[in-house]
Ligand binder design. Structure first.
Ligand SMILES: Cc1cc2nc3c(=O)[nH]c(=O)nc-3n(C[C@H](O)[C@H](O)[C@H](O)COP(=O)(O)OP(=O)(O)OC[C@H]3O[C@@H](n4cnc5c(N)ncnc54)[C@H](O)[C@@H]3O)c2cc1C
Length: 334
């Protein structure tokens, strides 16, 4: 365990906003976790676990113990004729894992290519992209229970996976650390091409995992700013889900509004709601709505977390005023 005091977190969050952590602890091995809890008890401070900081917004200094896991082993635990089971430790960079699945001709993860972050954070908001959610390939999640100080496994059925949510974001928030995730990937080829920008690949005789990954990279490049050059945390808001009745009324007033039917409700793209208010590219000091994608808020240079939050709240209020829909942040705000 490596401990530093008053650590600046600017480089540890993809918005690149400044914030200090009272203590910053790098954990090299999961066997050190009881020691981390002892340290937190001794200092009487709460712990915040950070992956790559690509889904957080820091709005203040954190009088906390901010910890990062550096353990990142990947192990094939079993195989059948059709599938491979792989256990991956929390600190592994998510996209390095996806790249590994592509190199090894394993099917199921490729649509989640190039999502920033760690394997440990992937189940927290059930990351998703291009018609795939990580829940579809998870078998179980190993956690360190902060109350019992034991490692336990949570089977996928008990993870309460939902749209950008899971038990780790709700009931188990601040109660368990994810230490590894076990995935089941298919050896049999299958491609999820339901997303409209991928459908053209259906008729491509050269379709393989590499081509799909490359295509997804190109689409993402057009829609999402690279956090290395423009601070951001991807989609800032969740897409709201409204009743069928409310969706019908909205459609009467805004016939162009895209709507996606769910079982008993309707999902509406938050980006469209914001864009339709003319807010794409809108600036509030150094915080802005990304000019190519209204769902993404960006740090134009030296915005603070508070300024980005002010912009987010302005958007939430405007959207509510016009559509009577309450947007919820997807990003975790501290
Ligand atoms: C450019 C860009 C594009 C993005 N595109 C997508 C996308 O397509 N789809 C998508 O779903 N998301 C997307 N995101 C959001 C982000 O990549 C994911 O949410 C990712 O899983 C966050 O990983 P992280 O390691 O950075 O987590 P962090 O941001 O560090 O943490 C996120 C939350 O998870 C908790 N957490 C982290 N690690 C653990 C752990 N081991 N145990 C328990 N809790 C933990 C943290 O406390 C925090 O509450 C994007 C972000 C960016 C910047």
């Amino acid at each position: 365990m490596q401990i530093t005091e008053n650590q600046d977190l600017t480089q540890y969050n993809t918005f690149h906003v400044p914030a200090k952590a009272r203590y910053f602890v790098l954990v090299e091995n999961k066997s050190e976790l009881p020691q981390l809890i002892d340290f937190a008890n001794h200092k009487q401070l709460p712990i915040l676990i950070l992956g790559q900081g690509s889904n957080v917004l820091f709005t203040r200094d954190l009088n906390m113990i901010v910890t990062k896991f550096n353990f990142s082993n990947l192990q094939i635990t079993s195989q059948t004729h059709d599938s491979t089971i792989i256990q991956v430790q929390a600190g592994k960079i998510w996209d390095n894992f996806v790249a590994w699945t592509v190199e090894n001709n394993l099917y199921g993860a490729v649509n989640l290519s190039f999502i920033p972050g760690t394997v440990g954070a992937a189940p927290v908001q059930n990351i998703g992209a291009y018609g795939t959610e990580v829940a579809q390939i998870i078998e179980k999640v190993e956690v360190f229970d902060l109350q019992t100080l034991n490692f336990t496994e949570i089977h996928k059925q008990n993870c309460q996976f939902a749209y950008r949510s899971s038990i780790f974001k709700t009931q188990l928030k601040n109660k368990a650390f994810i230490t590894s995730v076990t995935f089941k990937l298919s050896k049999k080829p299958y491609f999820n091409l339901q997303y409209k920008d991928l459908q053209h690949l259906k008729n491509n005789p050269g379709l393989n995992l590499q081509l799909l990954r490359q295509t997804i990279g190109q689409i993402r490049h057009k829609k999402l700013p690279d956090p290395k050059t423009i601070g951001n945390a991807g989609s800032f808001f969740k897409n709201p889900i409204v009743s069928k009745e409310q969706a019908r009324q909205l459609k009467d007033r805004w016939p162009q509004m895209p709507q996606y039917q769910l079982n008993n409700a309707v999902k509406i793209p938050a980006g469209w709601l914001i864009d339709n208010l003319g807010l794409k590219g809108y600036k509030m000091g150094q915080a802005a709505v990304y000019q190519h994608n209204a769902l993404v808020l960006v740090n134009l240079g030296n915005a603070t977390g508070k300024q980005i939050l002010k912009l987010a709240n302005f958007i939430i209020d405007k959207v509510f005023e016009i559509y009577k829909i309450k947007l919820e942040p997807e990003v975790n705000i501290f």
